[in-house]
Design a protein around this ligand. Sequence first.
Ligand SMILES: CC(C)(COP(=O)(O)OP(=O)(O)OC[C@H]1O[C@@H](n2cnc3c(N)ncnc32)[C@H](O)[C@@H]1OP(=O)(O)O)[C@@H](O)C(=O)NCCC(=O)NCCS
Length: 165
Amino acid sequence: MHYMLDLLRQKGQKIMKYNIEKASLKDSKEILNLQNEYKHNLISHTSLKEDLEDKNKVYLVAKIGSKEIVGAIGISLLVDHADIIIIITKKNYSNLGIASSLLSESIDMLKKLNIAKLFLEVRESNTPAINLYEKFKFKKISIRKNYYPNNNENALVYKIDISKT
Ligand SMILES: CC(C)(COP(=O)(O)OP(=O)(O)OC[C@H]1O[C@@H](n2cnc3c(N)ncnc32)[C@H](O)[C@@H]1OP(=O)(O)O)[C@@H](O)C(=O)NCCC(=O)NCCS
């Protein structure tokens, strides 16, 4: 799927295109590097590599040109639902709709797979991510107290009914 990315803010007058495609093992380093810009690590090198080889996990990446990865989403496919493992956008490219297009593509993919529900966990301090999910009409269904071991932060659990989107 092709997307146009309006990079007026970053790159003068240039309008650039990006593609969303399925990630492969060779993308692991770049996906991992996306996290370096943020405070909390979302996934380890080992689990990412395992995930990229697991047929029940799907990673989509937003790529500019043939190489530069500017965003990624990881989804775990279970029998009757799916979980978001990670969604992340390169800081320089944030607020341009990349995470939204990754999420839309994922929801379309899940619809085709007849998976009816999508769940995720998010730190309660993660306002950008919470806003993104609420924009997509995810509903908060529970709170996991002291869920994150590094700072005992609570996790909010969100769910969307894909069949109703
Ligand atoms: C959350 C994140 C993925 C959003 O990526 P993005 O590509 O900038 O998101 P989009 O441009 O598609 O924005 C979609 C919505 O997210 C929300 N949002 C994005 N950045 C935001 C910010 N800095 N502050 C508040 N809301 C924000 C807004 O509701 C926005 O909709 P709007 O443009 O209509 O206001 C990005 O900030 C990120 O990578 N964060 C670090 C990783 C992370 O915490 N991931 C979530 C847990 S796995």
